[in-house]
Design a protein around this ligand. Structure first.
Ligand code: CUA
Length: 289
């Protein structure tokens, strides 16, 4: 083999090896060839409409192709048999136009209703607020401290050193804690997300939650919420091509029992040393300088 070809073959082989090892790094634990399992409260309706459409179109496709193949054979050109001229059948045309109209209308109404439930219904008041801000190439995550409230995110204040766009004097943000590429959600508790971006368009995408939301810089998305119904380890993968490091923009996401979640929160928050006064609910030791 001439030298340039040898070199080219080697490059191809090495790229293939890299692809194979990347495929092995995939954390998805369940079905790789079909839908991953659903662990979000809203996922049942999404899966239902997916399977409904799959069955409707599947059965229709089989029926249409069967009739088509039957007619192709039955009415094939044969010597001595003249062709039949058909001008259609109005009754049949009306029937097979009306039925799909009602099917499409029903799907649209049902889909719209589910979308409203998912995105436009106000999240429950007791939902855990969690802020996730994408950047090239990772996830900034912010959790509320002991007061249970997140500092207010202001899109116009998002900056390189302030990914969440939070006023440093905001009392509700003083006790918050942050992580990087590390998200833990408690089981069976609604979580309200506050999504944003520091630089370019990223997307919050967790297939097991049936949840996808683009994050456009200059906006804070506060209408996305979920409720995890099973524990497990998942991957928060960015789903918008956001630059050279897009492929490695993924975070660890786990759903754990409430008690384990509390333990995790404790491990992230510094133990308060100063006594907490009623007038000042935020321990002085937690005030970020
Ligand atoms: Cu962020 Cu792709």
């Amino acid at each position: 083999m001439p030298a340039p070809f040898k070199c080219f073959t080697r490059v191809i082989l090495i790229s293939l090896l890299a692809l194979v090892s990347a495929a092995h790094a995939e954390v998805r634990q369940t079905s790789v060839w079909w839908l991953p399992r659903n662990v979000n409260m809203f996922g049942h309706e999404i899966d239902f409409i997916f399977y409904l459409i799959l069955w409707l179109t599947g059965v229709t496709a089989v029926a249409v192709f069967s009739v088509m193949i039957y007619f192709l054979v039955k009415y094939r050109a044969r010597p001595g048999i003249p062709a039949i001229h058909s001008h259609g059948n109005n009754a049949l045309e009306v029937i097979w136009t009306t039925i799909p109209v009602f099917i499409f209308l029903a799907l649209a109404i049902y889909g719209n209703e589910q979308w409203t439930q998912m995105r436009l219904r106000t999240p429950p008041a007791d939902a855990l607020p969690v802020a996730v801000v994408g950047e090239q190439f990772g996830w900034n995550v912010r959790y509320p401290g002991p007061d249970g409230k997140l500092g207010k995110m202001v899109a116009s204040k998002v900056a390189k050193d302030n990914p969440f766009g939070i006023d440093p004097a905001d009392p509700e943000g003083l006790d918050d804690f942050t992580t990087y590429n590390d998200i833990v959600f408690p089981l069976n508790r609604p979580v309200r997300l506050y999504l944003g971006s520091k630089d370019v368009i990223h997307a919050f995408y967790v297939p097991e939650f049936r949840l996808y939301q683009d994050m456009v810089p200059g906006r804070v998305y506060d209408f996305v919420w979920l409720k995890a119904e099973a524990t497990g380890n998942f991957q928060l993968a960015c789903n918008q091509l956001c630059g050279q490091g897009h492929y490695k923009m993924f975070g660890k996401l786990s759903v754990v029992e409430e008690a384990d979640y509390q333990t995790w929160v404790k491990s992230k928050t510094p133990a308060p040393t100063a006594s907490v006064e009623k007038s000042n609910p935020v321990p002085v030791s937690l005030v970020k300088k």
